[in-house]
Design a protein around this ligand. Structure first.
Ligand code: ZN
Length: 478
């Protein structure tokens, strides 16, 4: 299939183009929207953009939340920085943009350079040891990631003295939407869109899995996209390092039900990165059909919908299932597979598409394709070409043509090390470690940021996060 002019990226850019963004999007001004996430340099900040920008300057914190001039903590420094940024009239007001599993996200202006970024408040951090550990793990992961299809931390706001340290604020790149919003919107989704989205999901997933990390909540709402169709996997609130010891039990309280793999639904005590690939298969089908593939009311019905499509699994595929789940499946009538219905998802459900889908939606996790192998499927060739021709940051164009990277789908530099978790025994100890981690993370980088508690926008932000926090706490208690 022929591509349009590769040097022209508007095929992808048209997804959110035009005036029909609607109020539920982030109201980024046109000039910002055009550059967000492309080559603004935002994404490289975690790596270090900083020394050149502001090294050597006074290390006063700049304040977020109030727009220029609002820095209560270090007004002089802040005013100086503000003078170098666009005028207040050019800036969008701070506003909420999303509510993840464990946090609230706002769109704010970085007072150091006037760029729009996402500010995430992590609530209820120090309630108990479990939440402390979860947040510490997420923070470390966000600072560890260096991949264009995985959201990472650009900055962490400077914490107050440890006695007053109750909340953590993380700055990430601002993305304009997510795949859930795209799927339920009336915007057309071409085969090219689907291929380039699926390619990026698997590219990010290969990186995560190579670091030994299971995401455990891959769903359309956790796949952020911008107007150029660049996609980033986000929300690592449930992520963890893969447990290689099969005798160790893992929690089954993971993955939003519609995207939950059969091994979790059948009560397996141990699972692998294959659970994320199952979720991607469900999302692939959802992109094609623009409706949730397995949408059931309860986990048992969820399992029934899966076996309706895949047929009754053989006993060999249920070796790790709990007795009750196995009995439930065997008690029912024998179901033949009905995979041919996948061809009816849409016109985009070609033989190639259905073939890859059927390799991802395999009941037995040992026989399911891996994220890495899925990337070798011919269905993704065009997505790879499009991504590296007009969207990526690893290849570049010179007068004689495009210079492609040697490694289209890079792996992590090493495994994410979670051995530190074994030594965490008390809330206070973790609090000290997190405080030190944030302080050390900032050293030698850009002028640190802090919250401007005087700003009206911040007061609204706090109210929205307090409301959300109460909901999260109830959820955690269940
Ligand atoms: Zn590239």
């Amino acid at each position: 299939m022929a591509f349009q002019d590769p040097s022209h990226s508007s095929v992808c850019g048209s997804l959110f183009g035009g005036p029909d963004l609607g109020p539920k999007f982030f109201c980024i001004a046109a000039n910002n929207a055009a550059t967000a996430g492309s080559s603004t340099g935002l994404g490289t900040a975690s790596g270090s953009s900083g020394p050149a920008a502001l090294a050597g300057g006074p290390r006063h914190p700049a304040a977020l939340g109030g727009g220029p001039g609002g820095g209560a903590t270090a007004p002089q420094q802040h005013n100086k920085l503000a003078n170098e940024t666009p005028s207040p009239a050019d800036m969008e007001p701070d506003r909420p943009i999303g509510y993840g599993a464990f946090g609230v996200v706002w769109s704010v202006t970085d007072p150091r350079d006037g760029k729009r970024v996402a500010l995430k408040k992590m609530p209820n951090v120090f309630q108990n040891l479990v939440s402390c550990k979860r947040v510490f793990r997420e923070l470390k992961m966000l600072c560890f990631f260096k991949h264009d299809n995985v959201l990472s931390a650009l900055d962490i706001l400077q914490p107050p003295q440890i006695d007053c340290f109750e909340e953590i604020y993380v700055i990430t790149e601002l993305m304009q939407s997510d795949l859930h919003k795209v799927i339920v919107s009336p915007q057309p989704l071409s085969t090219d869109h689907i291929k380039v989205f699926l390619y990026q999901i698997l590219r990010g997933l290969k990186y995560l899995h190579s670091a030994g990390i299971l995401h455990r909540d891959i769903k359309p709402g956790n796949l952020l996209v911008n107007s150029n169709c660049v996609l980033k996997i986000c929300d690592f609130g449930l992520a963890r390092v893969e447990e290689l010891d099969e005798s160790r039990h893992m929690t089954q309280e993971v993955v939003t039900q519609y995207y939950r793999a059969p091994e979790i639904l059948t009560g397996s005590r141990h699972y692998s990165s294959a659970i994320d690939v199952w979720s991607v298969g469900c999302i692939f089908a959802e992109l094609l059909g623009r409706r949730i593939l397995f949408q059931a009311q309860s986990p048992i019905q969820q399992l029934d919908l899966i076996t309706d499509l895949l047929g009754t699994p053989p006993l060999s595929a249920m070796l790790s299932a709990c007795e009750g789940a196995r009995a439930h499946i065997l008690r029912g009538p024998h179901k033949p597979p009905s995979l041919s219905v996948l061809y009816m998802l849409s016109d985009g459900a070609t033989h190639e598409a259905v073939h890859l889908l059927c390799r991802m939606l395999v009941f037995d996790p040992c026989k399911r394709i891996s994220g890495r192998d899925a990337l070798s499927h011919p269905y993704l060739d065009e997505g790879r070409l499009r991504y590296h021709t007009c969207m990526c940051r690893c290849c570049f164009t010179v007068a004689s043509g495009r210079v492609y990277t040697r490694d289209f789908e890079p792996v992590a530099s090493g495994r994410f090390d979670d051995q530190y978790e074994k030594t965490l025994t008390s809330v206070w100890q973790v609090k000290e470690l997190i405080h030190r981690f944030i302080t050390e993370h900032q050293q030698g980088k850009r002028v640190p940021l802090c919250i401007n508690p005087q700003s009206a926008a911040f007061k609204t932000f706090i109210r929205s996060t307090a409301w959300h926090s109460s909901k999260v706490s109830k959820k955690e208690e269940r």
